[in-house]
Design a protein around this ligand. Sequence first.
Ligand code: TGC
Ligand code: FAD
Length: 391
Amino acid sequence: MQTISLDELIALDRLISDEERLVREVTRRLVAERYLSRAGELFEKAEFPMDMIEAMGELGLLGMNLQGYGCAGMSNVAYGLAMEELEYGDSGLRSFASVQGSLCMYPIHRWGSEEQKQKYLPKMARGELVGCFGLTEPNAGSDPGAMTTRAVSDGDGYVLNGNKMWITNSPIADVAVVWAKLDGDEPSDIRGFLVEAGTKGYSAPEQHHKMSLRASRTGEISLEDVRLPKDAILPAARGLGAPLSCLNQARFGIAFGAVGAARACFDEALQYAKGRVTFGRPIAAKQLIQAQLADMAEDIALSELALVHYARLKDEGKLSPYMVSMMKRKSVAMALQAARRSRSILGANGITVDYASIRHAMNLESVYTYEGTHEVHTLIVGRGLTGENAF
Ligand code: TGC
Ligand code: FAD
């Protein structure tokens, strides 16, 4: 019988350039050769594979849609497809690349001084320096304008005090992009500061006991009378809109990434269904299983095709934050549903990390929450459509 693969069903190749196809292929190969066989073990041991940082750097995957300063200067389609392939491996792997490229390199690239760009970007692109992004606080997550971290002008520099929480990569970061209110209490007073690890008063203790994104390092940032020189501020970043602009970049990559996680779950469910026999036949021959596979394939295909459209708009500078919110919200919800379906198709085997589906499902719970919760994106889109603020 003639069959069709998920890739053939999507037929993406006709929408992407040779260069974008190549980026997808080399990232796919990297993940297949260097990550997949140890993904379950890393998750179980709660370890981030430090060797992957250099590997991603060598392939130009860090800050890959930025121009100059050692960055690859790829299209946003290429960036999205690379994030998709990384998250096929694990959301933690994609998280690393998102934070490094979109949340740390992007603000330096966009608002940093020439000296800051020269100092940090080439090394970050190569993976020689690791960054983290400190916006969320223990009592300010969805509402970052309510942050209490303060910077005070002091002679020839600044003094920072406050606490950030749930910060991806903070325990391994060489430099943190910290958002704080400078000499005021309004969201418009928010400024970005580059704080290097080792600065007196700065610490980044690890947060333990996570049941999700275990193969990713998450920590706090504690700032106790941290003295920074004048040149530690991002000169051109002003107000809450600055960190939110970084989130636009990362949320875009996450939307693609989630499709990768969904694809991994689909591939696993399909393969399992072909081999698992109940009542004398493979479960792949059962209508209820086929219905789930068809639903998953359809959701993945339509998500991917829509994302490429939005990525082209981003390349043209026409992607609005509303579109980004819709992309992130829809894609992550789709992937979470796919992971749960796949987990179910695997029966009892689906609850072990010997298979990928439960790992992806657990990871996607974080992805559903971070970078704007599902509900926050509902309200952003709702506000855009109605003009009414329901926050
Ligand atoms: P609001 O009044 O709407 O906006 C304040 C100012 O910001 C501007 N703005 C944006 N600018 C660029 N991009 C966006 N997406 C923007 N959204 C708003 C806006 O125009 C305004 O500018 P101005 O000049 O007029 O002052 O602010 P609000 O207080 O009502 O809050 C809006 C809300 C809720 C949408 C926002 O605060 C939000 O998105 N909350 C969610 C927070 C969030 O996503 N945190 C993520 C932290 S980082 C993270 O999770 C990393 S996980 C990394 C990983 O491992 O992958
Ligand atoms: P809250 O804001 O307290 O929300 C709690 C619940 O209330 C949610 O369901 C939310 O949707 C809902 N809610 C909130 N407001 C409303 C409303 N107005 N109407 C209806 N419902 C509402 N942050 C960083 O700054 N940097 C990082 O690198 C980073 N990495 C992370 C890594 C992981 C693994 C995780 C889990 C989080 C990370 N975060 C990071 C933090 C993340 O961005 C926040 O957790 C997220 O923004 C939600 O904030 P919160 O957890 O405080 O939830």
